[in-house]
Ligand binder design. Structure first.
Ligand SMILES: [Fe+2]
Length: 195
């Protein structure tokens, strides 16, 4: 189940009040990119893509956490019955479906880590999981970013960037460019979009 677009926007606004930060506009940029790419694909639900992009980081409502925002988002969305969003909260950081490539602190309790691990193993990644992974890598708080510059920036900040994740982000970009037949930056209006 999914919230409506309006309800999703309210959820994000409410969450930003609890933990203000650039993640709110990062989420809006991801939502915009997801909607545009889904529209261009022709066989995807653009409204669903927008809602999933908007709420992928909703776990940040519960404070500044690294891996914890994954389990917080998953649990929060499941509590509200939004299982399709919960799945995205879980899958958006794990392009290769493994916890090993997480960039950031493992700041979860043993219980939360176990939840993430078991859910990651059991879910089937679909087109929407792939789409939001790509949009997360494209979305900045001020607008759309060059995907390679963004990964380079993460590498500078965290000291490393797993090669498997780097390669899979580039593969995702290529995948959706082939599917839409258009350069990804053109599709997401990189030069003009502002959240
Ligand atoms: Fe994100």
């Amino acid at each position: 189940m999914l919230p409506t677009r309006e309800a999703a926007e309210m959820l994000l606004q409410d969450a930003e009040k609890c933990n203000p930060g650039p993640w709110g506009n990062h989420s809006r940029t991801a939502a915009h990119c997801a909607e545009k790419i889904a529209q261009a694909c022709g066989d995807m639900d653009a409204n669903k893509a927008y809602i999933l992009g908007l709420l992928h980081d909703i776990g940040r409502k519960f404070g500044v956490r690294h891996l914890g925002h994954i389990s917080d988002g998953y649990t929060y969305m499941m509590t509200l019955g939004y299982d399709e969003v919960a799945k995205i909260c879980l899958t958006h950081s794990f392009n290769n479906q493994t916890l090993d490539e997480y960039i950031g602190k493992i700041d979860t309790t043993a219980e939360e880590t176990a939840l993430i691990k078991s859910q990651l193993q059991s879910v089937h990644f679909d087109e929407y999981d792939k789409l939001i992974q790509l949009c997360d890598a494209l979305a900045g708080a001020e607008g759309v970013l060059d995907i390679e510059l963004r990964m380079e920036d993460v590498k500078q900040r965290y000291g490393f960037y797993p090669k498997a994740k780097w390669d899979s982000n580039m593969r995702l970009k290529k995948y959706f460019e082939t599917k839409t037949g258009t350069n990804i930056y053109t599709t997401v209006e990189k030069e003009t979009f502002q959240p």
